[in-house]
Design a protein around this ligand. Structure first.
Ligand code: UD1
Length: 391
């Protein structure tokens, strides 16, 4: 069997790395299975800090093929990936194309493979924000529709897919591969000493990430959020690794550049922008933060697995288990909600989570147990064996 894995953007790497490893392990255990793997990087993310560092931190092999598509409008980026992946699929003839998440590279490759009659497996299937203004929601729904194997991270994913008429034979509740990566890397991340190197006290700072177009693309919305972060910094030191999209928006607006631009750190010592971080450094900061404020999808899940309070600056989430079974709270999109929510959280949490060395009380959703990739590897093997016996 031959599985061709595609990665493209930062949130793909930690989902695909454990599946590559689990299949390689199965290949060693069962020589007769004859498992071949190819790794393709579309190049949607290309900066060393958005891509290369993740390969090192996650122990991923270098890609066999790099498509080098880079940035562009949605149509340009999606079309470039489609044009570049087609000859690769025709040459490599994999039995299964494995894609992850909801980025443009995901839908682009799934669409090409489906038209070539190549089976598609989708990691992180079934998540729904029910917000069609999010490009990711469009990517998810279409990718699931094209997929022969929908690997869901939580049971709400199964329910969403069934409600859309996807046959139940295609749906496999395997758990969360991103949490496999987190669990495997946490001991190494804790040895990095990242908070200390940045002058941050354990459980004494807020970690902030912002990159969603709805929050950062409009100068007015972004400057209101940054002003709210200045207010937050009066309560807790704020550290914010800046996504290139967000940095570009700040730098291109005269008023924001003067007030918040590089080197100025919001004019407040306790409010700092830093470059994007690698996987281990970012994990170390999440693990040590008093709270995380974000508009990312994956970080809502990672904070739940770590037991760290997460405030999400969005109106909706495609990851509701992080609220019902985790540490996540939706704040909505009005930055005025940030300060009161943080005040409430700090008042409720009189004792920082584990400052005293106590065990954290972490509720972790079902099958976020570090073994999701093994389940996917076994399902892929069974799927290919089943198809071979029908030929
Ligand atoms: C993409 C995903 C989003 C995901 C995010 C994680 C889509 C539709 N969006 O958004 O779901 O949450 O990745 O980061 O696929 N840039 C660089 N260097 C890079 C990559 C990007 O400077 O290595 C800059 C470019 O100016 C680019 C902009 O960031 O135009 C946006 O990159 P893009 O890949 O289009 O979308 P993201 O905002 O990263």
């Amino acid at each position: 069997m031959h599985v061709l894995h595609v990665v493209g953007a930062r949130p793909n790497f930690m989902k695909v790395a454990p599946i590559l490893k689990a299949l390689a392990l199965r290949a060693r255990e069962r020589r007769e299975a004859n498992i071949r793997q190819t790794l393709v990087h579309t190049g949607q993310h290309y900066d060393a800090k958005m891509s290369d560092v993740f390969f090192q931190d996650l122990g991923m092999p270098a890609p066999d093929v790099h498509l080098g598509v880079g940035s562009g409008s949605h149509a340009q980026q999606t079309a470039r990936v489609m044009l570049a992946i087609e000859p690769v699929l025709l040459e490599k003839k994999p039995d299964v194309l494995l894609v992850a998440g909801d980025v443009n590279s995901t839908i682009a490759c799934a669409l090409v493979a489906a038209k070539l009659g190549i089976a598609v497996a989708h990691v992180e299937a079934g998540l729904r924000s029910r917000d069609w203004t999010m490009p990711e929601e469009v990517n998810r729904i279409l990718t699931d529709r094209l997929s022969d194997l929908c690997f869901t991270p939580s049971r709400d994913g199964d329910a969403n897919l069934l409600a859309e008429g996807i046959e139940k034979e295609r749906i496999l509740f395997v758990g969360n591969a991103m949490i496999d990566s987190l669990r495997a890397a946490l001991p190494r991340a804790r040895e990095q000493g990242t908070p200390n190197a940045l002058g941050l006290a354990p459980q004494g700072f807020a970690l902030v990430t912002l990159h969603r177009p709805s929050n950062v693309d409009e100068p007015r919305a972004l400057s209101e959020i940054l002003a709210a972060l200045e207010e937050l910094a009066q309560m807790l030191p704020v550290i914010c690794p800046l996504h290139p999209r967000t940095r570009a928006r700040i730098e291109s607006d005269e008023t924001m550049r003067v007030r918040f631009g590089s080197g100025r750190a919001g004019g407040v010592q306790r409010f700092r922008f830093i470059e994007p971080l690698g996987y281990l450094d970012f994990l170390a900061l999440m693990d040590s933060a008093r709270l995380v404020l974000t508009d990312s999808g994956g970080i809502q899940e990672e904070t739940t697995a770590l037991g760290v309070p997460c405030l999400t600056l969005r109106d909706n989430t495609e990851r509701p288990v992080t609220i019902s079974e985790g540490t996540n709270q939706l704040l909505g999109s009005d930055p005025k909600a940030i300060a009161p929510a943080v005040r409430k959280l700090l008042a409720e949490e009189k004792t920082p989570r584990d400052g005293s060395g106590r065990e954290r009380a972490i509720r972790v959703p079902e099958r976020w147990d570090g073994h999701a990739a093994e389940r996917m590897a076994d399902a892929l093997i069974a799927f290919c064996a089943g198809r071979a016996s029908h030929r």
